[in-house]
Design a protein around this ligand. Structure first.
Ligand code: ATP
Length: 589
């Protein structure tokens, strides 16, 4: 069915592109042009969604090496998003396409530009006009400034975006600025850096929103206010996992174009409450055990650069540790989706869009999540609380697939960006070979959950408590016994029954003793029986100083300038083959 916009705004003319006559058509949704030569059987149509038109300018416009405009009175230039395949990753790269049209008269030219500007305004209400940009000059390979000024700033300028740029001088500079300064007039915040820098900005934006709403973000019972400022990520870090999982490629030009056209991707955020009333936010990994130990170990080897993660991973793997604890989790509705349904959260994801309505319908009473946590377990209206205890290699919670270049499908390949849930992955204690198999599957397309010692649950909240010292001693003993003769199966030394238990007990977080915090030198677990009792939590690359935590997922708390991972196969069918050859691609890296 045609919309009002489509029927009202149809414009069709014969225009020149280069030295060839074309039939150009503008509807409410698309700008299309096709070569008018009836004899040419190979003529192609270029079809650009209006939402992906970056800029329309009168005259013949060139932007490289410097912007120049030649106005003959009959020309106009359209800049738009053009897709191409990436040679290095599986995703689609976005580039700036440019086409010059020549009209038979100035009147027709004015009619075309006026119509294009009108549809652009109507279609893209979220295009930013003013942005606050933070550049971490020391992220990744120290190229943040260069990436921004050579690849991103020219696009912002072309799109008429006014940017206020701050090069950070210390860690938490961006977060403090966001919390303290007046942000009136800004449409969004841009992070030029890696995941650590994004996390800083995430804390600043969420903190500022709650501050202005008069809400106490440390209180897990509070329903946090959705943040009005969009966040854009220009990848310039070492891993750039959040960018990869929300855009599909790590490419500054692609990300800049998503910002320019005002794409909007809602994102779930996990609040992690620990210690006496403290909170941190996570969008990718909250991990205890292996992932906590790898982070703690890698902090000692920062001088190695990004290689420190591989090195520390190997060291921690060889230490063969496992930890006791009790994990309690509030199950999400299994009828809506499942972490093993083999779907992927792609651009326009049905699960996320169905969740949008549900999340906002329930937002008025979602504070009751925490009430269920502090009281006895029950099958309340929010879902079912479950409890398991035993020894784990790792306990991980992720709000997204957490895919990255090294693990293209991620920690939980079917996790959704914006459905108000997270995936809890419990890897029970197993022998080193079994655990290696689990880790290796992250780098392949094999199902990492199809192992007897791994389970995954789609959840809305999680609580982790340490085992009591008595239980732990027992566990350690059974660990040493269980080591012998196991091959890939998990070592049965805890309760996996999913028994319903009382949550009130131990609700207060236990702090680590100084003995727990002391880093024991890692040694091969096969020859070293005494392992430390407590690990640390890795919260999106930050170490949490308390092992007992409560996590709650806040559906769609923030919005990114992104649209989720595009399905390359379907887009290739509908756009790439129809792009004509004389369309130039500028700003190519
Ligand atoms: N000027 C600065 N000096 C020192 N540290 C900074 C500065 N600006 C930001 N930081 C901090 O540097 C940390 C790491 O930065 P960033 O995430 O950009 O790069 P990275 O660690 O190389 O990449 P990734 O996080 O993707 O692995 C962030 O936690 C941030 O708080």
């Amino acid at each position: 069915m045609k919309t009002q916009m489509e029927t009202d705004l149809k414009l069709e003319s014969s225009l020149w592109v280069g030295n060839k006559r074309h039939l150009a058509v503008l509807t409410g949704w698309h700008l299309r042009w096709t070569e008018a030569d009836k004899k040419n059987p190979d003529k192609k149509t270029v079809s650009v969604p209006v939402a992906e038109v970056v800029r329309v300018e009168e005259g013949r416009v060139k932007i490289l090496p410097h912007k120049s405009v030649e106005d003959t009175g009959r020309d106009f230039t359209v800049f738009y998003v053009k897709r191409s395949n990436s040679r290095t990753t599986s995703g689609l790269l976005w580039r700036l396409g440019q086409t010059q049209f020549t009209c038979p008269s100035r009147v027709l030219r004015d009619q075309w530009t006026k119509h294009l500007w009108t549809v652009l305004k109507t279609h893209s209400p979220l295009r930013p006009h003013r942005l606050l940009v933070f550049i971490n000059p020391f992220g990744g390979k120290n190229k943040g400034r260069q990436i921004y000024h050579s690849l991103v700033a020219p696009l912002f300028e072309l799109a008429g975006i006014n940017s206020h740029v701050i090069v950070t001088e210390r860690a938490n500079h961006a977060r403090d600025h966001l919390l303290k300064k007046d942000l009136t007039g800004f449409d969004g915040v841009v992070c030029v850096g890696g995941d650590g820098m994004f996390n800083e900005i995430l804390h600043g934006v969420i903190g500022k929103t709650q501050q202005e709403a008069g809400l106490c973000e440390n209180d897990p019972a509070v329903t946090l206010q959705q943040c009005p400022l969009h966040i854009g990520i220009i990848p310039a870090g070492s891993t750039d996992c959040v960018c990869y999982a929300t855009v599909g490629v790590i490419d500054p030009v692609t990300s800049a174009l998503h910002i320019v056209i005002g794409d909007s991707q809602p994102l779930d955020v996990c609040s992690v409450h620990y210690g006496p009333g403290q909170v941190r936010y996570s969008v990718s990994l909250v991990g205890y055990g292996f992932y906590g130990d790898v982070l703690a170990e890698s902090e000692k080897h920062r001088w190695m650069g990004p290689f420190r993660y591989d090195y520390s991973g190997a060291v921690v793997f060889l230490s063969n540790r496992s930890y006791s604890g009790t994990v309690q989790y509030l199950l999400a509705d299994p009828l809506l989706s499942s972490p093993r349904d083999k779907t992927r959260c792609l651009s326009g994801c049905g699960v996320c869009s169905r969740s949008t309505e549900r999340l906002f319908r329930n937002s008025s009473d979602s504070g009751s999540l925490y009430s269920s946590y502090s009281g006895p377990f029950s099958n309340d209206s929010e879902g079912e609380w479950m409890s398991v205890d035993g020894r784990f290699k790792c306990v991980s919670l992720t709000c997204m697939s957490s895919s990255c270049a090294k693990s293209p499908l991620g920690l939980s390949p079917s996790a959704h960006l914006a459905d108000g849930t997270g995936d809890l992955i419990l890897v029970w204690d197993t022998n080193p070979l079994g655990f290696l198999k689990y880790l290796h599957r992250h780098t392949t397309t094999q199902d990492q959950f199809d192992l007897p010692f791994v389970e995954v649950h789609r959840v809305k909240a999680v609580r982790f408590a340490l085992a009591s010292r008595g239980e732990e001693a027992e566990d350690n003993e059974s660990l040493s016994n269980g080591m012998d003769g196991e091959d890939g199966g998990h070592i049965e030394n805890g309760s996996r029954a999913g028994s319903l238990q009382h949550l009130a007990a131990g609700a207060k977080g236990q702090t680590m003793t100084s003995e727990d915090k002391t880093v024991t030198p890692f040694m091969c677990g096969l020859c070293c029986r005494k392992t430390p009792a407590v690990s640390v939590w890795n919260c999106d690359g930050e170490i949490l100083p308390f092992p007992e935590i409560f996590c709650k997922i806040h559906g769609q708390l923030v919005h990114l300038y992104a649209r989720g991972i595009e399905d390359g196969a379907s887009l290739r069918d509908c756009t790439e083959e129809r792009v004509e050859s004389n369309t130039t691609c500028i700003l190519q890296r």
